[in-house]
Design a protein around this ligand. Structure first.
Ligand SMILES: NC(=O)c1ccc[n+]([C@@H]2O[C@H](COP(=O)([O-])OP(=O)(O)OC[C@H]3O[C@@H](n4cnc5c(N)ncnc54)[C@H](OP(=O)(O)O)[C@@H]3O)[C@@H](O)[C@H]2O)c1
Length: 300
């Protein structure tokens, strides 16, 4: 792997992908529509690239990491047809379903990369395909990227049933509200994924925001809510056991997970696969060694 391009490489997740790749691949290209912002990322080659144009057809790279949530299926198709590996952090099921249908005989595409989906898939996979409940707790104090915030606001209309999940300390048992993370649609068995925020008061508001998600003033206000910390936790429960992964800054966890996937691409056969079919049991401990915690406990 000589040249890796990070699409959206100066975004919140993209910057962390670059940090995780630095020193492990000879050249990292940071691409986005703003060359000046691309130049702010150290140790990388800046490139102006608009994913809504045909720029991608001229990109010279051995692998690309999609952190821009723009034209994902077309970009993946272009890459795979040219023998370029493709890694995507998208949490949107429709996007991943579109990429799943592509032919990949010359290169590898890895989907469901990040925290949720990503770490959640791997924790659920550890239960051997059994039915699982997944909880995702996000800190409202983190400076989330606009891309992640817009995805969350767009998804508010799909907030569903609620249930209780036990998260690792310091969070304890919380109510989570079903949220359209892609993991519950791509994993086998009966799987449901719920979201809560570190602020209990904001979490209680989630179902009420369903009907007003398109109200521009409300969206503007929610973009600037920073009342909690920058911690995160995911918990996966099945058969009376909970497995968890937690730490600070979900963007960093997501970007590092993507970088670790890229660093394994050379050993993977061609094809489109989700993370749980692409990496082995050593992946989560290696990710956790970067300052995160893996846990296992009873749900009560
Ligand atoms: N799997 C997970 O656990 C997980 C966790 C967090 C986030 N995510 C996903 O990761 C994605 C990125 O999130 P983020 O928080 O990093 O967002 P962000 O900070 O807004 O970054 C988005 C990046 O994409 C670039 N971009 C947007 N439109 C583009 C275009 N047409 N052509 C080229 N580049 C373009 C932006 O730069 P310009 O606008 O200047 O071009 C920016 O660099 C989101 O889809 C989010 O849902 C997944």
């Amino acid at each position: 792997m000589k040249r890796v391009a990070v699409l959206g490489g100066y975004g919140a997740v993209g910057r962390e992908v670059v940090a995780g790749l630095r020193g492990h691949v000879p050249e990292i290209v940071v691409a986005g529509r703003d060359l000046a912002k691309a130049r702010t990322v150290e140790g990388a080659t800046p490139m102006r690239l608009d994913l809504r144009s045909d720029d991608i057809e001229r990109l010279d790279a051995d692998a690309v990491v999609m952190c821009a949530e723009t034209e994902n299926v077309r970009v993946a198709e272009t890459c795979l047809a040219r023998g370029v590996h493709y890694v995507d952090v998208s949490a949107s099921y429709e996007v991943l379903a579109g990429i799943e249908r592509l032919d990949a005989t010359e290169a590898t595409a890895v989907l469901s990369v990040g925290l949720a989906p990503g770490v959640t898939n791997l924790l659920a996979h550890g239960f051997g395909g059994a039915d699982v409940d997944i909880g995702v707790l996000i800190g409202t104090g983190e400076q989330h990227g606009p891309g992640a915030v817009e995805w969350t606001l767009d998804s508010l209309g799909e907030v569903g049933e609620s249930w209780r999940m036990r998260f690792p300390p310091p969070y304890g048992t919380r109510t989570v509200h079903r949220f359209p993370f892609s993991d519950q649609y791509t994993l086998p068995g009966r799987v449901r994924t719920g979201l809560c925020l570190d602020s209990r008061a904001l979490t209680a508001l989630l179902p009420r925001l369903r009907r007003v998600r398109d109200a521009a003033p409300l969206r503007a206000a929610l973009r600037h809510v920073h009342v909690g910390g920058d911690g995160f936790a995911v918990a996966v429960e099945s058969g009376g056991r909970v497995r968890s992964f937690s730490g600070r800054r979900q963007s960093r966890a997501t970007g590092l997970a993507a970088a670790l996937v890229v660093r394994r691409l050379d050993g993977m056969p061609p094809g489109v696969r989700h993370i749980e079919d692409a990496v082995g049991p050593d992946f989560l401990p290696e990710l956790a060694a970067h300052g995160f915690d893996l846990g296992e406990y009873d749900p009560e």
